[in-house]
Design a protein around this ligand. Structure first.
Ligand SMILES: [Fe+2]
Ligand SMILES: [Fe+2]
Length: 313
């Protein structure tokens, strides 16, 4: 979306049976996804009014703002007050902040159903963004921060996974499943001693054995939260499996690894490489993809990796 592409308008212009010389857009919550409510020249019906009553703000495209001003002046005898342009930066900041808060709560209290429900909203919002043609993939990538915390890492992985899923032509319902698996892939880490999770440098064998339990812990938590979708649960459980069978927990090979788990696992590696940690600098996307292609070709599904490379191009 371009900076300031949409400008807020006065809701009082809305009336049943009216058609406007400009398209009307809305955001359901503050600064979130912008959707078209009514096309230019099409009559507003009662259903539209019911919907509009529920939404937070209405907007017009900047290119049609003068038509809105003329309409307003003709009906109210004065110019409308100047609406605020919704900026891209505002939008992504708010979206990331909401997502980060929701995930923080979930990781602190992973068994609380309301926290899980909030995380579902995050997935929906991310899926909406991915499906929004104006919201270019590059813009979505800007949301990803490069500091590594389990909850922000989970949001980043979801963004990459959903972008790739969309690039691969997944349906909205598949994106919702993939996004959920990606967002919750490391939820099981909330059950592991934070000293191990946050340890700088390599883990001892015992510590690593403990760490390896996080995919299964994640599935147990998911089941407790009422997740029944097998594909989502598999995405969580198998995100550390590798194509050559050297991964965990089950040592699955190649096509035994479900596609959501492959995508989440690959995006997991990508985010770890492109994030800054106290003991290492962040790689650029290009460096990370190159390293994945040259040094991890036995672990990652190369067909998917090539698609990811194409997506970044
Ligand atoms: Fe993990
Ligand atoms: Fe992860």
């Amino acid at each position: 979306m371009q900076e300031g592409k949409y400008i807020s308008i006065d809701k009082s212009i809305i009336a049943e049976g009216c058609a406007y010389d400009f398209a009307i857009y809305c955001s359901i919550r503050e600064n979130t996804q912008i959707k078209q409510v009514k096309q230019k020249g099409v009559l507003l019906e009662n259903n539209d009014l019911l919907f509009i009553n529920k939404v937070k703000n209405l907007y017009v495209d900047r290119s049609e703002h003068s038509s809105y001003e003329q309409f307003y002046e003709a009906h109210f005898g004065k110019k409308p007050s100047v609406g605020n342009p919704i900026t891209f930066t505002q939008k992504i900041d708010t979206m990331y902040k909401n997502a980060s808060n929701a995930l923080n709560e979930l990781f602190n209290n992973p068994e609380k159903l309301s926290n899980y429900k909030e995380s579902k909203k995050v997935v929906n919002e991310l899926v909406d963004s991915v499906l929004d043609e104006d919201f270019a993939i590059k813009s979505l990538m800007q949301i990803a921060t490069h500091d590594y915390y389990t909850h922000t890492h989970s949001i980043n992985v979801s963004i990459y996974a959903l972008s790739l899923g969309n690039f691969l032509g997944f349906k909205a319902s598949e994106l919702a499943e993939l996004g959920e698996a990606a967002l919750l892939h490391d939820l099981g880490k909330s059950k592991i001693d934070s000293k191990i999770i946050n340890k700088n440098g390599s883990l001892t064998k015992d510590e690593f054995d403990t760490m390896k339990k996080h995919p299964s812990f994640g599935v147990s938590l998911g089941l407790k939260l009422g997740i029944k979708n097998k594909k989502v649960l598999e995405g969580i459980k198998y995100h550390h499996e590798k194509m050559d069978g050297s991964g965990y927990p089950n040592g699955l090979y190649n096509e035994e690894i479900p596609i959501y788990a492959k995508i989440v696992g690959m995006c997991d590696i990508f985010d770890a490489l492109t994030s800054e940690r106290s003991y290492k600098k962040a790689m650029t996307s290009f460096e990370a993809l190159k390293l994945m292609k040259t040094e991890m070709s036995k672990h990652i599904d190369l067909k998917l990796l090539n698609q990811m490379i194409l997506m970044f191009k």
